[in-house]
Design a protein around this ligand. Sequence first.
Ligand SMILES: C[S@@+](CC[C@H](N)C(=O)[O-])C[C@H]1O[C@@H](n2cnc3c(N)ncnc32)[C@H](O)[C@@H]1O
Length: 367
Amino acid sequence: MKAETQESRYGTAASRWAGVGPYYAMFPVSFATAAVKEHTKPGDCVFDPFAGRATSLFAAASEGRIGLGIEINPVGWVYGKAKLQTAEREHVEERIRWLGTSAKNYRAAAKELPQFFHSCFCADVQEFLLAARGLLNWRRTKADWTTMALLMIDLHGKRESALSNQMRQTKAMSPQYAIGWWKGRDLSPPERDPVEFMLKKVKWRFAKGRLDSGSGHIYLGDCQIILSRWENQPPETKAKLLLTSPPYHGVTNYFYDQWLRLWLLGGPEKPQSPGDACKRKFENKQHYVGMLRHVFAKSKSLLKRNAVVHVRTDARQFTREATIEALELAFPRKKLRSEKHSLPDFTQTSLFDSELETKGEIDFVMW
Ligand SMILES: C[S@@+](CC[C@H](N)C(=O)[O-])C[C@H]1O[C@@H](n2cnc3c(N)ncnc32)[C@H](O)[C@@H]1O
């Protein structure tokens, strides 16, 4: 991208923060912003029970609305927190320097890491990552969730521009496969000074400022459980728009392909299946239908009577029909229209499923 195009594309704080961070099946921000503008006024609340990296909530906050969402995957949640409640640049820079000086205390621990980590990261990066993993209080502290989110973005990606050996940015390879793949191509981890690398990234991200409107909230957990809790005591503001994209039946569980970022957040040293809520790529049809019905029905108590419901999902038969059924059950008085479209150029869906790529996605709007 030419310098002037870069400048105009990333000329505002919102455009720089909207891209935090690599995640699967995310909304294009332009789509979320258009839906927010069409169906809400400034001050209205937008609700997303499957918030992912919080694109809908960020679009809402950028347009002067209040975003309220839930996400079960800590990776999406950390990105969301960093976008909705961003720390000051100086605090993030301090954190990075502090991790840099603390990294030496993790030298012995780095040596004990499984082979994958030695083939993926140079020694300085391994120690820095272990310091971040051990010291950042990313669940509680603004500076820490912002630092963690920025660190997760380039944890893996193209060898020339990430902390890792060659890997996709959105999806981490399995350890055995990755080791063999790097060996076959004679690829070693890039030598990086992690502090210098991260300070450069921070400089770019903050160059136009930050949003920090304080008008967005994302909760970490299973929306089926949280919504049941909120039934008795819903949040004060009722939403004018439910804007969401539920997981698609049989595509991904969002945990396996994020295993390396989940490790950085304190998870295990190899990919692991998540608990019941996201089990086996949502392959169990009965379970999937039950989840959609439950979530839409419970979301109703958070919505204004005249709220609009906008759901984007997989256009293939099973997911499509299960979604229509769950929506009509939850909102029998609303009208429903659908709009089918092919996948945008920029999508990671093709990584997982070529059938999904041909069938595309579908929008359901109820009002
Ligand atoms: C299609 S993605 C949504 C992506 C989002 N629209 C974005 O722009 O990033 C579906 C999300 O639902 C999350 N999810 C799945 N089951 C969940 C549950 N029971 N509670 C909360 N979130 C869940 C997944 O982790 C995933 O992030």
